[in-house]
Design a protein around this ligand. Structure first.
Ligand code: F6R
Length: 366
């Protein structure tokens, strides 16, 4: 039941602190992650992996894109990410000792499952699924599974499944990094400490709901919108755009901020809203210079910032200050205000939030 909430999507956005807590439950042991976290794995499973291929669709694909930044940084293993409907129809070159990872809420997405079946005929040494549904096809057919503990997700737009996928990928990167010796004890400790704070930080981020609801009133009448991010926040910009498209029917595109001048900047005029995902991190200065380029062309800026991010404001700028959080958690936490933005725009636009037109919760046909 929806309880006090108006829509399942809204309820599921609000369940994220608990879903994240559940995804950690029984898995952290001091600075260690218990071996049972990855079903079927032991302390040597990931020791000699030389490359990783991640395959998924939609929102789960965006989780994979974030996962690549973490996996390469924390494990030193070359990682690729691909949309399942593309992966399954090309002749991928698979190196020895490669790990194949699928990410899926349902575990039944046709293209993802077909890619796993193909991978088992290819040269992969291991297959792992990150999945929310026990007993699903992906889980049954993979060597190893890391369960996201989002709980049942009913709204068609994926919310708590996505943030628990991100947390699971971060945990997986720690597990692999520890097994192959890439991660220092200090770094591991720092990230585990951050992860412990994640559920309560998610609660803090939810408190921006009222501000976002107000912002959405100006936003919901738009026909087009751009989302910008850099580095690990680039896939979060993609996810923000997907969510806005699918439930509010506002045309939105996510771009890596540095890519703007290679074409999309031509779209910018006084009518174009631009959402900038701008947490205080190592790419801040680069991002700010992209923001100034967009501002110079008159765009309406919606800047989701935190901490010491200092960006000029003017009559065309809406600034939303979010709580401070460890840099490693920024992609997970900055997703929350973007989910709320698309939710409120959809409500204002009167769309069917939980059952957007033309969409199915589980895409079991090609
Ligand atoms: C978007 C959305 C879809 C799914 C995609 C994959 O909000 O829900 O893009 O993420 O259809 O579904 P799963 O994760 O079940 O494989």
């Amino acid at each position: 039941s929806k309880g006090k909430f108006r829509h399942f999507m809204q309820k599921e956005i609000y369940e994220q602190p608990q879903s994240l807590r559940n995804t950690l439950l029984g898995r952290l042991n001091g600075d260690d992650i218990s071996l049972e976290t990855v079903v079927g794995a032991d302390e040597n499973t990931f020791r000699n992996i030389s490359s990783i291929q991640i395959v998924a669709c939609g929102t789960s694909y965006h989780a994979g894109l974030v996962g690549r930044y973490w996996l390469e940084e924390l494990t030193g293993i070359a990682t690729n990410v691909e949309i399942a409907s593309e992966y399954r129809y090309r002749k991928a070159v698979v190196r020895d000792n490669s790990l194949f990872i699928t990410i899926s809420q349902s575990g039944e997405t046709a293209d993802t499952l077909a890619s796993l079946r193909l991978a088992k005929e290819q040269n992969y040494s291991k297959t792992l699924s990150i999945c929310n549904v026990n007993g699903s096809s992906l889980v049954r057919e993979s060597d190893f599974t890391l369960f996201t503990k989002a709980g049942a997700e009913i709204g068609v737009a994926s919310t708590k499944a996505f943030t628990t996928q991100l947390l699971s990928l971060l945990i997986l990167a720690l597990i692999i990094g520890k097994q192959n010796g890439s991660i220092s004890a200090e770094k591991n400790h720092e990230i585990i400490e951050a992860i412990r704070k994640l559920p309560s930080l998610a609660e803090e981020f939810l408190s921006c709901d009222k501000l976002i609801a107000t912002l959405s009133e100006q936003f919901s009448g738009k026909r087009h919108c751009l989302f910008l991010g850099r580095g690990v926040m680039f896939p979060i910009a993609l996810e923000g755009a997907l969510k806005l498209k699918e439930i509010s029917y506002i045309h939105a595109e996510g771009y890596a901020a540095g890519e703007l001048k290679h074409g999309p900047i031509a779209l910018i005029d006084k009518e174009m809203p631009v959402v900038v995902v701008a947490p205080d991190n190592s790419l801040m200065d680069k991002l700010i210079s992209n923001v100034e380029e967009v501002r110079a062309r008159g765009a309406q800026l919606y800047i989701f910032k935190s901490g010491n991010t200092v960006i000029k404001s003017d009559g065309q700028t809406n600034m939303l200050s979010l709580p401070d959080c460890p840099e490693i958690l920024q992609p997970i936490l900055f997703t929350i205000p973007l989910q709320l933005l698309s939710y409120h725009c959809a409500v204002i636009n009167g769309t069917d939030v939980d059952q957007p037109r033309n969409l199915a919760k589980s895409v079991t046909v090609e």
